[in-house]
Design a protein around this ligand. Structure first.
Ligand code: DX5
Ligand code: ZN
Length: 217
């Protein structure tokens, strides 16, 4: 199993000082930054655009893990790749050419990921497992930080980890939503290796301690 990787979510940082949030992450020796992109349609909230990501890129060498919560992600792969994304994840739920968009993200020089909402079964990701660098299991309904972790998602994580093992695949298995010092280890035990942490990182009295703890999950 791959080493556990913490991907702090910028959504929970101070939006008047996003670059400082990214610098804080890097200062703890972490390498990933999770960036949530919302369109107000696929999810009932709005966040950042490619221009924000490009501005952060000038200031940061972190691996930008860009989570597109968009109805039409295929229209935005290129702008986010040009803005400096390293990995672009797209949701399984909207109707568009998923395989074609994953291939397009690759062709743009980025890694690609597929995201499953809580109500979307693991089987929906199955046809794409050989094509992706990462599968992201949402452990809350996407749209907002600070929600409670859904323990019923552990079985989905376990199933995806089983398929990965049985088939000799190496995609990362990421969890996002309500992940903290209590729920992170449960996700790890189910087979996750990449942990998006928003509120429990940026809202922590000592985020460095969270980073240290996650390294031992
Ligand atoms: C929610 C986002 C998450 C969010 C997680 O739609 O995809 O990345 O930042 O925040 P926490 O860790 O607070 O649940
Ligand atoms: Zn996210």
């Amino acid at each position: 199993m791959s080493v556990p990787l913490l991907a702090p979510s910028l959504l929970a940082s101070d939006h008047a000082n996003l670059a400082a949030g990214a610098r804080l992450v890097a200062s703890f020796g972490l390498s990933w930054l999770h960036i949530d992109i919302m369109d107000g349609h696929f999810v009932p909230n709005l966040t950042f655009g490619p221009q924000t990501v490009a501005a952060l890129r000038k200031d940061s060498g972190l691996f930008f893990d860009v989570h597109l919560m968009l109805d039409e992600p295929h229209r935005f792969a290129e702008p986010f790749a040009q803005a400096g994304a390293n990995l672009i994840s797209i949701h399984a739920e909207p109707r568009y050419d998923h395989a074609g968009t994953l291939a397009h993200i690759r062709a743009l020089g980025c890694q690609c990921g597929l995201v499953l909402n809580p109500d979307t079964p693991a089987a929906v990701a199955e046809p794409f497992l050989t094509q992706v660098d990462l599968v992201l299991v949402m452990t809350v309904q996407p749209g907002f930080g600070g929600q409670s972790f859904r323990r019923d998602m552990l079985v989905k994580i376990f199933q995806l980890a089983e398929w990965r093992r049985e088939r000799g695949l190496s995609f990362r298995l990421e969890v996002d939503g309500g992940v903290d010092l209590a729920t992170g280890p449960a996700c790890r035990a189910a087979g996750a290796d990449t942990f998006v942490v928003g509120t429990a990182f940026f809202g922590a009295a000592d985020p460095a301690a969270v980073a240290r703890a996650a390294a031992g999950w």
